[in-house]
Ligand binder design. Structure first.
Ligand code: ARG
Length: 458
């Protein structure tokens, strides 16, 4: 008979058990469920709602049930629907009818809300740590490449040269915002919902703050109806996770491009690349591709959760059981990607000379010729047109600006002098962007210092 079987006259259809049960996936919550129950039962004893002796027996029993589950020795059944009822059933099997006192003043509705928060708290801490490791790897590469120049792109057309360190730090800052978003979500995740009961609270004189303190929550939730129907914290997490996935996907795309023969800017370490079953020469950036690809499922989980929630009346509805798989999958997907990214970035070989050639053999110093003329007194709009003509002339000659003789350059403006060659050299062009946030070496060094300080504080 089911734990709630009293008002029923026959057993549930097997198809219903199979369809409605969540034990197949929510057994991941066993540890958190029992952690929550231990705090709850301690409170019941403390408040004299059950005897301290019973509370002690139940707590011991719960610990043994957890050991059994973790050792794979417990039989979890679909008929018991979910992790909450499976644990209660195992507890009663283990310690007898006194186990039936555990659920006093509690409902699965506030229980599952608590479990989700406990799970997510741990996941957030782990993910912030993993983000930090990727930021550290990016910063290490940046420090090694404060003199490595590559073309910066807009429209995927070579635009202006930048330091490779600057490019790495752009991603470090994206991930910093991701860390801060997760940190900010903490104050909403870290509230304790137990005590909301099924929806309206409980008649027992429970001490919600006691439970909150035991479980290291900052505070208790304020409204029982909201407590059992709120999954905003899941949506918020999935949304932060989607941004992380999007950032990783953009970086992945660059790694894939840069590893191609067409760019030939980097080589990923053999340990982080894969081969082809047919083409012996292949070395593929599979990890980066798969991280890019898996962003799709994370975005999907966010949309799925929002859609599940959008029409639900207060308070708990069974629909809400759909909050779990997407969240678990998102946590595991992110952990997998971030765990690989740190060593993959750290071991990536940067082909400095090829990057430099891509800058040298192009027109990404054209803005600097225009700026040069402005400094000599020409209006920018005019210098833009003058340089446009010089670029067109160079293309026709099969040359780049730095290959033109002084006389050739002077056809476009007599303001151009011998110092133009120095002004258009890639090193000068980069060093000239010496404003806060710019690509000049000391500015990138400032970014490195700033991220390192933030990493120490995260
Ligand atoms: N397995 C359920 C879930 O994940 C637990 C809460 C069930 N509550 C209920 N009244 N059926 O949402």
């Amino acid at each position: 008979m089911k734990l709630w079987g009293g008002r029923f006259t026959k057993p549930t259809n097997e198809l219903v058990d199979a369809y409605t049960s969540s034990i197949g996936f929510d057994q991941k919550l066993a540890k958190y469920d029992i952690q929550g129950s231990l705090a709850h039962v301690a409170m019941l004893g403390q408040c004299g709602i059950i005897s301290q002796d019973d509370a002690g027996v139940i707590a011991d029993g719960l610990k043994q049930v957890l050991n059994k589950i973790q050792a794979g020795e417990a039989t979890l059944s679909e008929a018991d629907e979910d992790i909450h009822m499976n644990v209660e059933r195992l507890l009663i099997e283990h310690i007898g009818p006194v186990g039936g006192k555990l659920h006093t003043g509690r409902s699965r509705n506030d229980q599952v809300a608590l479990d989700m928060r406990l799970y997510l708290r741990e996941a957030i801490v782990d993910i912030i740590g993993l983000l930090g490791a990727v930021q550290t790897a990016l910063t290490k590469q940046a420090k090694q490449h404060l003199d490595t120049i590559l073309p910066g792109y807009t429209h995927l057309q070579r635009a202006q040269p930048v330091l490779f360190g600057h490019h790495m730090m752009a991603y470090a800052y994206m991930l910093q915002r991701d860390v801060e978003r997760l940190q900010d979500s903490w104050k909403r995740v870290n509230k304790m919902p137990l005590g909301a009961g099924a929806l309206a609270g409980t008649t027992f004189p429970i001490d919600r703050q006691f439970v909150a303190k035991q479980l290291h929550f900052d505070d208790i939730t304020e409204n029982s109806l909201d407590s059992v129907s709120d999954r905003d914290f899941v949506v918020e997490f999935l949304s932060a996770a989607s941004l992380i996935s999007m950032h990783l996907s953009r970086l992945s795309e660059e790694l894939v491009q840069w590893s191609s023969a067409e760019f030939n800017f980097i080589e990923l370490d053999d340990a982080f690349s894969t081969g082809s079953s047919m083409m012996p020469q292949k070395k593929n950036p599979d990890v980066a591709e798969l991280v890019r690809g898996k962003s799709g499922r994370v975005f999907g989980h966010l949309m799925g959760m929002l859609t599940t929630l959008k029409g639900l009346p207060l308070a708990y509805n069974k629909d809400m059981q759909e909050d779990k798989e997407g969240m678990f999958d998102t946590v595991e997907t992110l952990k997998g990607a971030l765990g690989l990214f740190a060593p993959m970035i750290e071991t990536m070989h940067v082909k400095q000379d090829n990057m430099y050639q891509a800058v040298r053999n192009d027109f990404s110093n054209a803005t600097d010729l225009a700026d040069y003329l402005v400094e000599k007194g020409m209006a920018f709009r005019e210098s833009h047109a003058v340089v446009g003509h010089a670029v067109l002339y160079s293309i026709e000659q099969g040359k780049y600006l730095l290959d033109l003789k002084l006389e050739e350059l002077q056809q476009f403006s007599d303001l151009i002098e011998e110092d133009i060659y120095q002004a258009l050299a890639p090193e000068t062009v980069v060093a000239a962007r010496n404003i806060p946030g710019g690509t000049a070496k000391e500015r990138v060094q400032e970014q490195v210092d700033n991220i390192e300080a933030l990493l120490a504080a995260n």
